[in-house]
Each structure stands twice: as structure tokens, then as C-alpha cells.
Ligand binder design. Structure first.
Ligand SMILES: Cc1ncc(C[n+]2csc(CCOP(=O)(O)OP(=O)(O)O)c2C)c(N)n1
Ligand SMILES: [Mg+2]
Length: 638
């Protein structure tokens, strides 16, 4: 006699049949039938501390594993909490699947006062996901789940929501085999397509490739084009598709005006898997070709991308790797020679100079970490300067999907949970969360999940607020002795193109700032900042939670010795952001470390100086003071 169980088992069995190994989520009253069958399924469940974190973790998991990331929430607040994360995955075309209960059948929009009731939950999810599917019976669940996974594998990947009415979830299901449909391979392009594209490229004087996230699976083919000395610029989502140390690589600085100029200088621009969006170009315009010579080739799986933002002259709908493979075959047959190698070098030089002007202070931070960490390290970033001014430009990657970054939606709180997802996907791969202090606070509770899982996951959090002017580092460690967080305020990076002062605590307690000092591997978690000796093994955190010198000299946890910036010069009057005179350190960097709380001197109504930001530091006098400069309108920040 067939085993009689509930609809919850149908969902879990269907996930198993699709090869799901890990899910992220939080249990609640309405989804307990899913949790009933998880333990015996072999699927690992990671409990996050917020459903948004489950969504980001699933996103990071998907980017690293190449398999859809799955999250489970309860109805109402559980799934609506995940909406921002799903919108993030949508914007960056990341395959995730969110599973939640919904109101019982026949009750959609009934407004009957049900626990967690949402007026139109499926509609809300449908608005941010690729689609939201609601099943009406348990027996359709296996096929619906199989169809979801097939869609994710064969079309532009975007999150999909599966809603199971609670009465279906809790109702009877007669167990049966769930289909694990073979994934249909993407259609091979028409051979004529390759002939056309190859002819266009062969005739080009100044070809250039712009590769976005949709080209992540075409690394081999993009490299082959680079070997012909065709310069390759990527968006942030495409960062690393071509090894960024390759002579033809222009990096991922698609936001830079010099990058737009490089693209516009091309007579043939080949855009692969990119929507060439504002989030990539930061207001820049791609309008390639000198008068009379414009040819834009676009290759994309999604027909909706063909003319988005930049009209295609040669629109090719298809899988980037397949199309480019065939194009390369034809080019090889034509014996195409190489283009000038100097062109890429020239573009790179112009981009580097522009970048140094607004993002230069982040170079040394990234250089220090790059020197200390293995080349395959995954960097989970956030919508923080340390990522979009730092990692994007100054951390050269050798492969795609190495930077986890919410490019399109630019949400805060992504980095830390995404790093957890990456680590769950591949525990052997080094992962660092390198994020701003603001971003960290949006997901700080995820540290509990990280420590619970005992992940060897360094978390580096940077403060750039004018009022704090400090840099913090936090670590979670894998060993029970290091299950604590150390936060160490340090000297700020300087404005302008020169490298920042990077300080680090010393075991001796010396607080001397270390200029241009690279972190050594020994600085990483195993010897974290001299705090190691003060951990109470029984409690797994610092024995003494003393806090001293808060403000002027930062603060310390346990015996963590902190550095401090050393004021060396007093500036008079107008150029002041603290009450009275501000100070600068030895490198001429404004430093308000001498204040317990740096505030604007001109507390006049409307004064915006309390939150002067890093990008504005070159015009850092108080806007409320007579004769003062306001924020630079050219300072484009997210
Ligand atoms: C969820 C969300 N809320 C607000 C914003 C707007 N926003 C963009 S950057 C930023 C500050 C980020 O602070 P932090 O992570 O410390 O980075 P910093 O700019 O200091 O480098 C804010 C509030 C956002 N991107 N996402
Ligand atoms: Mg900050």
C-alpha cells in the first residue's frame, strides 16, 4: 500500500529529484510540513537569522555552485522579508527558488484575518521574481518543481517563487516518483549567424567586446577573442570572465568615462550577455563608432535584451558560448590576423588614471588583501565604496563569479549572507566578506549563522563616514576559540589618488599607523589582530568585555590593542568639521580623531556637513558656512 504523507513531502521529494543539496530558510507555523520531511531527505538546511539573509545566501550559493539557490520561508512576513533579496537576484539574473506557503485554496484576497495573511502574496512575489507559481494540488508539485528548474537552466535565470497553499502543504499526498527532467540543451545557432558575425568582426578596424553577466559561461570563447587582441571590457557582473591580467583585458570599470570612450571608439562593438544598464555605466552613454561606421553586434539568450539601451545592428538570440564558438571557428577558417595590442594598453592607461582620481584610495586595501589571499578567493562585496570603488577596480580576478556583488539592485546587506552562501556551496574555497560598515549592519545577525556553521569566513568591514574616520575589521573564526568578533578602529584611507594609510593592531599594543603596509597571511584569521590570547574557551568569546577609550581613541574588546591616528597639525577656522579646529594626520588627511564625536561646526539649519562623505572630501568645507563649497554634483554615488 502506498505511503500516505503530506504535500510537504511532495515539495521536498521534488527538490531531491532536482539534485538540491542545500536550502536556506527559517521555519514558521505554516511551513512546518516542509521541515517535517527535510531531515530524512539528505538536504542540508541552513537556518538564517532573517529571510532576506536566506535570499542573499541562496544568491551567493547559486553564483558559486552554478546550481539554483533555494530558500524556504513561512507565509506573509517570512516571504515578504525575502522580497528584497529576490529582487536583487532578479536584477543580476541569478537563479534562485523561493518556496513558501500561501493562504488556503479559495481564500486568496478573502481578507479573513488569517495569520500572516497578505492581500495578494503571489502577486507581490510575481512583481519581483521572474514568476510566481501557485499550485492547487499536492500531486502537481513534482512536475511544477521540475519545470521551474528546467526554466532556470535553459532561459535567462531569474528567481522563481513557488507558493503552496497551506491546506495543500498539510493535506494528503500519495508518494510517487518525482521527475528529474533532463535539461534541454540550448538550441544551436543557425550556421549563417556565425558567418555574419565573423564577417563583421573580420572587417573591423577597432573591434571591442563588452561582456556582461550573461557571458559568464563563455569564458573560453571570450578569451579566444582576446587572444586575437580584441580588447575586452566587462561589466561588474561579468568581472573576471577574462583573466584581468590578460593584456587585452580592460577590467570591469564599465562605469568609467574612459571605458565609455573605449567602447565608443570601436567601429564594431560586440555586446555579449549585457543589458548595458545604467547600473553598469553610472550615467554614461554607449554610442559606438565614428560617423558612418557603427556596427553593434548583440548576443543574448533573452530576446528582450536585443535593443535595450543600445540598438543592435546584428541581433543574435542564443547561448553566448555556443554562438561565439561557431563565430571563432569561422574566424579561424578565415585566418584572421591580430589587431594592434597597443589599443588595449592605451584604454587601460586612461581608465586607470580616471579611476585613481575617485577610487585610488582603495587600491592599497585591495592590494594588501590580494597579496595575502589565494587567487581563487571569492570576494563578497556590498553596495559600499570598498566594493564599487575598491574590489571592482583593484582586485584582479582570473575567473567569472568571483565577486559577489548586488550590481543591479545595489541593496545593502547582501555581502555577509552571500559570503555564507558561497562558503556553504564550496567550503574548500576561500571566501572573504569585504563590506562597508553600513552594509554590515543590515545583515549583522548573519554572523550568528556563520559562527554556528563554524565557517572560516573573514569579514572585513570598513568605515568611511566622516564622523568616524576609521576602519574596522571583524573576523569570525572556525575554531571554538575564535568564536568572537574583534572590531578595531583604524586610520582612515586618505582622499586623492595616493594610497591609503593602512594600519593594523599590533600584539604589542603599539598604535603606530603602518603606511602602505600589506597584510601578511599571518594577519588573517589564524592570528587575528593580537586578540587571540584573551578568549575564554568555555564561553567562546573574549573573557573580559572591557570597553575603554571610546571615541577619542576608539575602543577595545578584551585585550585587543587598537591603533589610533596621530594628529599632527591643527587647521584653523573655516576648514573645520569638528567643534573648534579639526586636525590632520601626518599625511595631510583630515582627521577628527581628536573629537569624541565629530560634528559639523556650523550647526545652522540645513547644514549637511554632519554626513560628509568620502567622495566629497575634496570639497570638504561645511556647505552651511559662508563661501563654502557644496557637495560636488559630479560625485555620483549609489
Ligand atoms: C537597502 C538599501 N538601503 C539604502 C541604500 C542607499 N545607500 C547606498 S550606499 C549607502 C551607505 C552604505 O554604507 P556603507 O556600507 O558603510 O558604505 P560606504 O558608503 O560607507 O562605503 C546607502 C544607505 C541601499 N543601497 N540599499
Ligand atoms: Mg560606511
Amino acid at each position: 500500500m502506498a505511503e500516505q504523507i503530506t504535500g510537504g513531502a511532495a515539495v521536498i521529494d521534488a527538490l531531491v529529484a532536482q539534485g538540491v543539496q542545500d536550502v536556506f530558510g527559517i521555519p514558521g507555523t505554516h511551513n512546518l510540513e516542509l521541515y517535517r520531511y527535510l531531515p530524512q531527505s539528505g538536504i542540508r538546511h541552513v537556518v538564517t537569522r532573517h529571510e532576506q539573509g536566506a535570499g542573499y545566501a541562496a544568491d551567493g550559493y547559486a553564483r558559486i555552485s552554478g546550481r539554483p539557490g533555494v530558500l524556504i520561508t513561512t507565509s506573509g512576513p517570512g516571504i515578504t522579508n525575502a522580497i528584497t533579496a529576490l529582487a536583487t537576484s532578479y536584477a543580476d539574473s541569478v537563479p534562485t527558488v523561493a518556496i513558501s506557503p500561501g493562504v488556503p485554496r479559495g481564500k486568496v484576497g478573502a481578507d479573513f484575518g488569517w495569520l500572516h495573511e497578505v492581500k495578494n502574496q503571489q502577486g507581490a512575489l510575481d512583481a519581483v521574481c521572474g514568476r510566481s507559481v501557485r499550485v492547487e494540488s499536492a500531486d502537481e508539485i513534482p512536475e511544477v518543481v521540475a519545470a521551474i528548474f528546467e526554466q532556470l537552466a535553459t532561459t535567462r535565470p531569474r528567481p522563481i517563487h513557488l507558493e503552496v497553499p497551506v491546506d495543500v502543504l498539510e493535506g494528503e499526498w500519495i508518494r510517487r516518483l518525482c521527475p528529474s527532467k533532463p535539461f534541454a540543451s540550448p538550441a544551436r545557432p543557425d550556421p549563417a549567424v556565425a558567418q555574419v558575425v565573423a564577417a563583421v568582426i573580420a572587417a573591423a578596424q577597432r573591434p571591442l567586446v563588452l561582456a556582461g553577466g550573461g557571458a559568464r559561461g563563455a569564458g573560453v570563447q571570450i578569451r579566444a577573442l582576446a587572444e586575437l587582441a580584441i580588447p575586452v571590457l566587462t561589466t561588474v557582473n561579468g568581472k573576471g570572465i577574462l583573466d584581468e591580467s590578460h593584456p587585452a583585458s580592460l577590467g570591469a570599470g564599465a562605469r568609467l568615462a574612459a571605458a565609455h570612450q573605449a567602447a565608443n571608439d570601436a567601429d564594431v562593438l560586440v555586446i555579449v550577455g549585457s543589458e548595458v544598464a545604467d547600473s553598469d555605466l553610472w550615467g554614461g552613454v554607449i554610442a559606438p563608432g565614428r560617423p558612418g561606421e557603427r556596427t553593434v553586434v548583440r548576443i543574448d539568450l533573452d530576446p528582450a535584451q536585443m535593443h535595450k539601451n543600445v540598438r543592435a545592428d546584428v541581433p543574435i538570440i542564443g547561448d553566448a558560448a555556443l554562438v561565439l564558438s561557431e563565430v571563432l571557428e569561422v574566424l579561424k577558417g578565415k585566418g584572421i590576423g591580430q589587431w594592434s595590442r597597443d589599443r588595449a594598453a592605451g584604454y587601460r592607461k586612461a581608465m586607470a588614471a580616471e579611476c585613481a582620481a575617485d577610487a585610488g584610495p582603495w587600491a592599497d586595501v585591495q592590494g594588501s588583501l590580494t597579496a595575502a589571499l589565494p587567487t581563487d578567493t571569492v570576494v563578497a562585496g556590498d553596495s559600499s565604496q570598498v566594493t564599487y570603488f575598491g574590489t571592482v577596480h583593484y582586485w584582479p580576478f582570473t575567473a567569472a563569479n568571483t565577486l559577489l556583488y548586488p550590481t543591479g539592485y545595489a541593496t545593502l546587506g547582501y555581502g555577509l549572507p552571500a559570503a555564507i552562501g558561497a562558503k556553504v556551496a564550496d567550503p574548500s574555497r576561500p571566501v572573504i566578506a569585504l563590506i562597508g560598515d553600513g552594509a554590515a549592519m543590515f545583515s549583522i545577525q548573519a554572523l550568528i549563522t556563520a559562527t554556528e556553521l563554524r565557517l572560516a569566513l573573514p569579514v572585513s568591514s570598513w568605515t568611511t563616514a566622516a564622523t568616524a574616520r576609521s576602519v574596522c575589521r571583524c573576523w569570525t573564526g572556525a575554531s571554538p576559540r575564535r568564536r568572537w568578533i574583534c572590531t578595531a578602529p583604524m586610520s582612515p584611507p586618505s582622499p586623492g589618488p595616493s594610497a591609503p594609510t593602512v594600519s593594523r593592531p599590533r600584539a604589542s599594543g603599539s598604535s603606530e599607523p603602518l603606511r602602505h603596509k600589506h597584510f601578511a597571511p599571518s594577519d588573517l584569521p589564524s592570528s587575528t589582530t593580537g586578540c587571540d590570547g584573551d578568549v575564554d574557551p568555555a564561553r567562546g568569546r573574549p573573557r573580559a568585555r572591557r570597553r575603554s577609550g571610546h571615541g577619542r581613541r576608539g575602543y577595545r574588546l578584551g585585550r585587543c590593542r587598537l591603533p589610533r591616528s596621530r594628529p599632527s597639525q591643527v587647521l584653523p577656522g573655516r576648514d573645520t568639521i569638528g567643534p573648534g579646529a579639526a586636525t590632520v594626520n601626518r599625511r595631510g588627511v583630515r582627521c577628527t580623531a581628536g573629537r569624541s564625536q565629530a560634528r559639523c561646526a556650523g550647526r545652522a539649519p540645513g547644514c549637511a556637513n554632519r554626513a560628509l562623505r568620502w567622495g566629497q572630501r575634496r570639497r570638504r568645507v561645511c556647505p552651511a558656512q559662508p563661501g563654502a563649497d557644496g557637495p560636488d554634483p559630479a560625485d555620483r554615488r549609489r
